[in-house]
Write a protein that binds this ligand. Structure first.
Ligand SMILES: Cc1ncc(COP(=O)(O)O)c(C=O)c1O
Length: 412
């Protein structure tokens, strides 16, 4: 798959640096994820943050068909933009991270007035109070019966003996009493309507246990993943049990990510699964032992940098390249040199802001302008560096489509 020469032919007439998406592999990845959902009776809510290219979102939707239901957005402003494209099916928008500023509330209100079906994330009485007080002020002297649909974000981290916190630091809801507290605050308010629950098991989905860096940590991470699974299944089932007792009929229970897709799909408590990176299969997802990402997904996203100088017989220097991914800083966040396979980033410089030196066995094999191909560590953030993605099939460019950045959009 993807020999250096075939990629080189593909990049021949493209202005470099450039991003490339292999459509055959993108489509196959979408099919594979949709198939898992169909087999387990779940729907798929893709995370837009991990794609950030409207044409690819639409493509995913077309291929996944009815299995794809709703979108997981990362910003209310992004949700607004997508809703404005509603003719193309962007509806049922879950904004996965809570709002906290006046400008976000204002944007949510505009969406509400337009009749958009969207859900805001909450995890505390303060979130409910802020949304309610904002809306009550907006609706003073207004007879319309409007409310914000909300989703409760439940912390899925594993805390053995209450001493360690293995997971992300997001929601404070770690017990049923705490869940009940936020649940009843939401029930009491006339301005919010509880429509969903989200329980994202970040310490499973985002914890590679087959990393080629810091290998000694792999068994520990594998153990955390394994033990967390029991906890996550039990905790999500406990929430479902509580909701059933209260006859609270919510529209969805969301969970999962690319690094835990199959596990989440088999959890009977969940109604829908999220994956955003899966269709593009960025580098970090290679570093898992036994996941869907490892077994069925194939790398569909990479970028090409041109050789711009040849400093000596063992090195070429490429233009640009320092697209380091977020998260705990480490070598696995750096772009990974994909083709030619013989090259290696230098330890002194790594992938640089304006230039990236690469060690090669014999630099006379390359000439100025030759492309070197990399895979980004994460799938979505890289779109913030490029205006367009080049979509291709069988070594032929089909089209060049804008990223959010290329459309002049920048969401937080
Ligand atoms: C709430 C939530 N769900 C799911 C995901 C999984 O996204 P991906 O499939 O791109 O890893 C993330 C990623 O950070 C997330 O924050």
């Amino acid at each position: 798959m993807h020999s250096y020469n075939s990629l080189k032919r593909l990049a021949h007439n493209v202005a470099l640096p450039a991003m490339f998406v292999d459509l055959d592999l993108f489509d196959a990845n979408v099919h594979a994820l949709a198939k898992i959902c169909r087999a387990t009776g779940k729907t798929w809510r893709p995370a837009t943050k991990s794609i950030r290219v409207p044409a690819l979102l639409k493509r995913l939707q077309k291929i996944a068909g009815e299995t794809q239901k709703g979108w997981m957005c990362f910003s209310i402003f992004e949700a607004s933009y997508l809703y404005a494209q509603n003719a193309q099916g962007f509806d049922d928008l879950l904004i996965a991270y809570p709002l906290s500023t006046e400008s976000e509330y204002e944007e949510a209100f505009k969406l509400l007035e337009k009749g958009c079906n969207f859900h805001l994330m909450i995890d505390s009485a303060a979130h409910v109070a802020n949304l309610s007080s904002f809306l009550s002020k907006k609706l003073a002297n207004d007879k319309r019966n409007l409310h914000f649909q909300v989703c409760i974000d439940v912390d899925m981290s594993w805390r053995p003996l209450g001493l360690l916190h293995l997971g992300v630091h997001r929601s404070p809801i770690r017990s049923l009493p705490k869940f009940k507290e936020v649940f009843s605050e939401a029930q009491k308010s006339d301005f919010v309507l509880l429509t969903g629950v989200m329980g994202y098991e970040a310490q499973i989905a985002g914890l590679p246990d087959h990393n080629r860096f810091n290998r000694w940590q792999n068994p520990i991470k594998a153990l955390i993943r394994l033990c967390s699974k029991k906890h996550v299944l039990r905790w999500r089932a406990e929430i479902v049990g509580f909701l059933e007792t209260y006859k609270a009929r919510l529209r969805f229970f969301n969970g999962g990510g690319t690094g835990s897709f199959e596990f989440a799909a088999h959890d009977p408590s969940l109604s829908e699964i999220t994956s955003g990176s899966g269709p593009l299969q960025s580098q970090l997802f290679d570093y898992y032992r036994e996941t869907t990402a490892q077994k069925v997904l194939r790398p569909a996203l990479f970028f090409a940098l041109p050789v711009c100088r040849i400093p000596d017989s063992k090195r070429v220097t490429l233009k640009s390249g320092g697209f380091i991914a977020s998260g705990e800083v480490g070598p696995d966040r750096s772009p990974f040199l994909y083709r030619p396979e013989v090259g290696k980033l230098t330890s002194g410089e790594g992938a640089g802001e304006v230039q990236t030196p690469v060690q090669v066995p014999d630099s006379s094999q390359y000439k100025l302008g030759d492309p070197f191909f990399f895979r980004p560590a994460k799938a979505g953030e890289i779109a913030e560096h490029f205006n367009h993605y080049v979509l291709y099939r069988d070594e032929k460019v089909e089209e060049s489509v804008p990223t959010y950045r290329g459309l002049g959009l920048n969401f937080f």
